[in-house]
Design a binder for this molecule. Sequence first.
Ligand SMILES: Cc1ncc(CO)c(N)n1
Length: 229
Amino acid sequence: MEEKLKAEEKKIGMTEAWLRKHRLLYTGATRHPFILSIRDGTVDIAAFKTWLAQDYLFVRAFVPFAASVLIKAYKESDDNTDMEVILGGVAALKDEISWFKNEANKWGISLSNVVPQKPNKNYCGLLDSLTRPEVEYSVAITAFWAIEAVYQESFAHCLGEGSQTPQELKETCERWGNEGFGQYCQSLQNIANLHLQKASDDELKNAEVALLSVLEHEVEFWNMSCASV
Ligand SMILES: Cc1ncc(CO)c(N)n1
């Protein structure tokens, strides 16, 4: 595939080549007005609460998808560090779910009554479709990396220099914006690149489509959080 050659010429991974190609969409997902409003301190707390409650449901749906990637890593990767990186991610989700419950409690949100909104349902539908055994490992790991990377880039931006993120939201931003999570995302990206290097043209096409779908759903997810206000 032509793009693969281009990526090789520039000595960059396939994922980086795609992010460059789809820069506007990637920026849309990682510099969304909702994120910018957290960073500049003007965030509407009602929007934040909507995001929190909806994301709790999303993370629950993310668990079986993550487990499916773990299964694929075990079966399809000859490098067993792949599986360990993903296992770390899966294990961290237990703590993440507890964190959501605790955080919701702090904000006076009852999670048992939360109903998934349309964009959330759509995104969980994408996760479900990517969980199927027929989905190649390279495609699933690309989506997995992209989902984590969008949150990492978004929330790290809220903590960067000159940010005016309200104190009560800093812990949330730290959750995905911290250095360790950044390294974890880098590991996922490396794994994705290695497998994309060996992928067929068909697989590459599917992986690029999966990446685009993730980015589009991320934008819709942020839009949903803002629209509720
Ligand atoms: C919508 C969404 N995307 C990505 C993540 C990162 O896990 C999340 N928690 N929620």
